[in-house]
Design a protein around this ligand. Structure first.
Ligand SMILES: [Fe+2]
Ligand SMILES: [Fe+2]
Length: 228
């Protein structure tokens, strides 16, 4: 299937557009399955990865519509694919910590937070092996930065404002929104209207205010994702 007679494999690159597209789709699906398995170990994460990708798609398309500065369609596509891998580093966190009900102690909390660095390391290694320039490089940035917060209270690097990479700021909003709208092991499920309200309230505190406005402007499209 991959190597039909029209495809020419050169080093690590496929030459025809059709084959590149197929390979990218396959990468995306494999990554989604892999990331879902890592996430599902916590229980209650059903569909989270798929919805994060859908929400990321809605937000990056809004950014393109609004001519977000220096933002390209290619970068938008990379963010959509890469957003699925934001919690890949949970592979390195023990089941006992992931499944623990109630508050984590300091040590457990540190281990949980290390999923950002673990995920980034895995993805940086993959990106380097592929020679760079693929969505895995963006995925490494997202894995490391998706818990950074606009006001600097996040982790692991306590970055603030636009020092947080754009792809990580996008993923922080869509990941946070889905945890509120669908519930997560760490937060109860809210009504959709409450989830929108909470994201609006966190704008400029946790989330990039410009991106949050663009996200909220697509509330009807977003609501479609949560219809049974
Ligand atoms: Fe995370
Ligand atoms: Fe997540």
């Amino acid at each position: 299937m991959w190597f039909n007679d029209k495809s020419v494999f050169v080093g690590k690159r496929f030459r025809t557009t059709a084959d590149s597209k197929e390979l990218l789709e396959l990468h995306g699906l494999l990554a989604e399955c892999f990331a879902s398995r890592a996430e599902d170990r916590t229980g209650g994460a059903d569909g989270h990865i798929r919805r994060v990708k859908q929400l990321a798609g809605i937000l990056v398309r809004a950014m393109l519509e609004n001519n977000y500065p220096d933002f390209t369609a290619e970068y938008a596509d990379n963010i959509i694919l890469a957003s699925a891998l934001h919690d890949l580093g949970k592979i390195a966190v023990s089941d006992a910590i992931l499944a623990k009900k109630g508050e984590l102690n300091v040590k457990e909390s540190q281990l949980m937070q290390s999923h950002t660095l673990e995920g980034a390391k895995i993805l940086e290694d993959i990106s380097a092996a592929l020679g760079g320039g693929t969505y895995t490089a963006v995925a490494a940035v997202i894995a490391r930065g998706h818990h950074e917060r606009w006001n600097g209270c996040g982790y692991p690097d306590r970055l603030k404002g636009e020092d947080i990479p754009l792809a990580a700021r996008v993923t922080a909003i869509v990941d946070g929104f889905d945890c509120l709208a669908a519930g997560s092991p760490y937060s109860r499920k809210l009504e959709l209207s409450e989830a929108f309200k909470a994201v609006r309230e966190f704008s400029g505190i946790y989330y990039d205010p410009v991106l949050t406005d663009m996200f909220l402007s697509k509330s009807e499209q977003i609501a479609e994702i949560y219809k049974a």
